[in-house]
Design a protein around this ligand. Structure first.
Ligand code: ATP
Length: 401
């Protein structure tokens, strides 16, 4: 349908980038990006009107998003060439060809395109040797200044290399080292580094990427005290096992996956060093609180649990109820004691959602005067429930009386 709309408007349309790469790698496909030779916004508006989709446009970038009824999205970009008359002048945007668009991308594996117009439908376009590099399992940049132009590509190279099990080409690896030597990452804003790290820590198994970052000395650029130790590597493996267990059993309980690995990465550093890292990476206030205060509390709590274990259900509940999922998962990864791990997963599975079935209204209708006594009663009900007692409302009311 996209190709047909392109034919009607006399525009060449291509599906590009990650979509084609993932198709070739037979990996699940998430985003669809198309490039239009011409005005992508005109195309998206026309397509959306005949297919009853919604669409958003970004005039500044000449891009649009087509949103289908079921929520499926297609990003539309315009192939264009940017001319700079003088260094300070704004770019004059001109329509140009798909080749120029692909040439601006990061790695050869991301430069593939497939034509969607009827006449050439399905033709694979490969100007930069992307097919060969996918076959050879190699990450290569397209031009030598790539990492200087955009140092976030250093993180992207590591991310893709880790995700696909590809190696980083020799020339590309040397260019990463050169870029690091001239301070490319040092001068990158905290927000941009943070965004890349979050993406790396969201991958299935970020450990090889973290090791590659350490090999290049990127962690040292972020903070001179950062050092990847065997303990951190072991903790990453433990986080991996914990998250796999959790995601298999509790796929509905969503949490920021990256944050558990981030906690593991920062584990063992003092509050001062952690604060300096968080400030360098410009963490938003809530995330900073999670990675500093909550992480440290979680580590202290797990040590206390290890020391005092076994404790009553009630004690475990009071200790753990205020921790977010990501902190509980971090604690599970931290402990080496199987019995403690079992106790925390028991809390997570059976006790975390424990709440009285009755509330303040019910207590009022029993003639109890509102006050602090309410929370005493409700807490006592929780205590009973944690031991498997008081299963019905009637039982709770009787108990409250
Ligand atoms: P993922 O599967 O992680 O989403 P992706 O490659 O599909 O990977 P994006 O990171 O959204 O997704 O990038 C989309 C495309 O845009 C890439 O395929 C790449 O061609 C291009 N691109 C993204 N970031 C850069 C960059 N920093 N420099 C050059 N090209 C980039």
């Amino acid at each position: 349908d996209i190709g047909n709309a392109g034919d009607t408007l006399g525009m060449e349309i291509f599906v590009v980038g990650g979509f084609v790469r993932d198709l070739m790698l037979e990996r699940p496909i998430e985003d669809v990006d198309v490039v239009v030779e011409g005005d992508g916004i005109v195309f998206a508006r026309y397509f959306s009107s005949i297919h009853h989709c919604r669409f958003h446009q970004h005039r500044k970038f000449n891009t649009a998003v087509i949103i289908f009824e079921d929520g499926f999205k297609v990003d539309v970009a315009s192939a264009r060439l940017e001319y700079y008359a003088t260094p300070a002048a704004l770019p004059v945007v001109e329509n140009s060809s798909i080749k120029m668009d692909l040439a601006r991308r990061d790695f050869t594996i991301n430069t593939l395109a497939i034509s969607l117009n009827a006449e050439s439908f399905g033709t694979l376009i490969d100007y930069f040797g992307g097919v060969r590099d996918i076959k050879d399992k190699i990450i290569r940049i397209i031009h030598n200044l790539s990492f200087i132009e955009d140092p976030t590509r250093i993180f992207r190279a590591i991310k893709f290399s880790n995700r696909f099990g590809f190696r980083i080409g020799k020339v590309t690896a040397n260019l990463i080292k050169n870029a690091l030597n001239v301070g490319a990452v040092k001068h990158l804003s905290g927000l941009r580094v943070l965004s890349e790290l979050k993406q790396i820590f969201s991958e299935d198994n970020p450990l090889p990427a973290v090791q590659t970052m350490a090999d290049y000395g990127i962690d040292k650029v972020i903070h001179h005290d950062l050092k990847l130790t065997d303990t951190t590597c072991a903790l990453f493996r433990s986080v991996g096992k914990t998250l796999a267990w959790h995601d298999l059993l509790y796929s509905d309980d969503v949490y920021p996956r990256w944050s558990v690995y981030f906690m593991a990465w920062l584990h063992g550093y003092s509050f001062t060093v952690s604060t300096q890292i968080a400030d360098r990476l410009m963490f938003p206030i809530k995330e900073k609180e999670l990675l500093l205060e909550q992480r440290i509390k979680a580590a202290q709590q797990i040590r206390l649990i290890e020391k005092k274990h076994p404790v009553s259900n009630q004690q475990m509940y009071r200790w753990l109820i205020h921790f977010k999922t990501e902190c509980l998962l971090f604690m599970l990864a931290l402990t080496k004691k199987e019995s403690v791990r079992k106790a925390i997963s028991h809390f997570y599975t059976h006790q975390r959602k424990t709440q009285p079935l009755i509330g303040g209204k019910d207590l009022k209708s029993l003639g109890i005067t509102p006050g602090p006594v309410y929370s005493t009663i409700l807490n006592k009900i929780i205590d009973e429930k944690l031991d498997g007692k008081l299963n019905t409302m009637e039982e709770e009311i009787k108990f409250a009386k």
